[in-house]
Design a protein around this ligand. Structure first.
Ligand code: NZQ
Ligand code: ZN
Length: 388
């Protein structure tokens, strides 16, 4: 049975090879001062930066540049962006990059006019926004997070060894996002497959919750099947437009609130992954892949029916006369095989985790209740050990 919910996604998407043609139309809706946020230089190497500048100039915009948004954006960088936004009376933040640049831009958007410390307000205390919000638009260059069509924003505080996400409401979602699969062709293989796993993890962490027969779960299964199929093609042919465009679209739908409807949702793999990220600054998707097998093997018995369904409906495991447990285990084997096929990291050691970090990672891991089993700190430690 579906419970009560409301659904609204206010982000306008422009998808396809000509998507950037629509940037001018969107820019006309905003004032002159544009904060152009981007990462460490990939958009300059690809030529996208020049194209964007040309469109901004053609629309008579004043461009205030905010380069150097790092993967896993930090509190220090957030404060820098807030100052720049305030000083320049910014009308729109244009984020050009991956999830980090989009997340960061949303953080600046709610923090520039925030009284007090935004890290404390939004990320430690999880308070709502009660100040002016600067609109954000995105041009996406790396696929995985879904940040282009959601209110998520993840910030890392290295001093406090915490990486925390705040899921903001509709008013913080990007006003528009431009999705051209061709921009993702230059993403290095390691980042590309990390993004693929991030998508899978987003779907799984919504799918593995609740026991109800739920339309969201059928959508989730379809998204997973598309991802599994296209990712196997993309690792061999990174410039295959059909595969990359399907993956880009899947990533957006994996985390734009749709498949969470009427679900309690788990998110414990992300909680552990974020804590690992706070200690290692490792690539987000790889922090998830490194702990997922141990996590799912651990919780399988608490959600056995759903794990058996996952095996049958997503991995085409034949039921024959097998028990749910046998079917579920076969499904996890197929899942592991796919992970090996696309080449994600399967061990925390590879990310620089050492046993002396375990206790710190455990205490930086938020323990959530939406999945099949609320973990204890000892169980998190067992999962970390099993992931080495
Ligand atoms: O900085 P540049 O030079 O642009 O290089 C980036 C970066 O080093 C590079 N890259 C991006 N597009 C490229 C490219 N290189 C060549 N060609 C291109 N077209 O890729 C590297 C990684 O980029 P990043 O933006 O960090 O990756 P991703 O999109 O995976 O974002 C990760 C961040 O998003 C957060 C993560 O925690 C992490 O901080 N998340 C946000 C979520 C949300 N908003 O809902 C949910 C996710 O679960 C996730 O937590
Ligand atoms: Zn993620």
């Amino acid at each position: 049975m579906l419970g009560n919910f409301s659904y609204c996604n206010p982000t306008r998407l422009y998808f396809g090879e000509n998507a950037l043609d629509n940037l001018g139309v969107e820019l006309k809706k905003y004032g002159a001062n544009i904060l152009l946020a981007y990462g460490g230089g990939s958009i300059k190497a690809s030529g996208l930066y020049d194209e964007i500048i040309k469109i901004l100039n053609a629309n008579n915009k004043n461009i205030i540049e905010l380069p150097g948004v790092m993967a896993n954006p930090t509190t220090e960088k957030l404060y820098e962006g807030c100052k720049l936004a305030r000083e320049n009376n910014i009308a729109l933040i244009l984020a050009v990059g991956g999830g980090s640049v989009c997340d960061y831009s949303k953080a600046v958007s709610v923090s520039a006019y925030c009284e007090g410390d935004p890290w404390e307000k939004y990320f430690l205390k999880m308070e709502d926004v009660d100040n002016k919000i600067i609109p954000v638009g995105c041009v996406l260059t790396m696929v995985g997070t879904g940040s282009e069509m959601n209110g998520g924003s993840v910030i890392t505080n290295h001093e406090q060894k915490l990486k925390i996400g705040h899921v903001f409401g509709d008013n913080v979602f990007p006003k528009f996002s431009i999705l051209n699969p061709v921009y993702t062709f230059t993403v290095p293989q390691y980042q590309m497959v990390a993004g693929f796993f991030d998508i899978m993890s987003h779907i799984l962490e919504q799918y593995f919750s609740g026991e109800d027969d739920n339309t969201s779960d059928y959508i989730a299964e379809g998204l997973m099947k598309s991802l599994i199929h296209s990712s196997r093609i993309a690792v061999k042919e990174p410039k295959n437009y059909e595969a990359r465009s399907n993956i880009m679209w899947t990533a957006t739908w994996a985390l734009n609130t749709l498949i969470a409807k009427a679900k309690s949702t788990d998110w414990e793999v992300h909680m552990i992954g974020q804590a690992v990220g706070a200690y290692t600054n490792a690539t987000h998707g790889m922090t998830l892949s490194a702990v997922s097998l141990a996590y799912y093997k651990h919780i399988m018995k608490y959600g056995l029916k759903k794990f058996a369904r996952f095996a049958r409906n997503v991995w085409d495991v034949k039921a024959d006369n097998k028990s749910d447990e046998e079917i579920a285990l076969e499904g996890l084997k197929e899942f592991e095989k796919w992970m090996r096929d696309i080449g994600v990291v399967l061990s925390l050691k590879e990310l620089g985790v050492t046993p002396d970090m375990f206790d710190g990672i455990v205490s930086a891991t938020f323990l959530l209740e939406g999945g099949y089993k609320k973990l204890t700190p000892d169980e998190v430690k067992e999962i970390l050990k099993a992931s080495m």
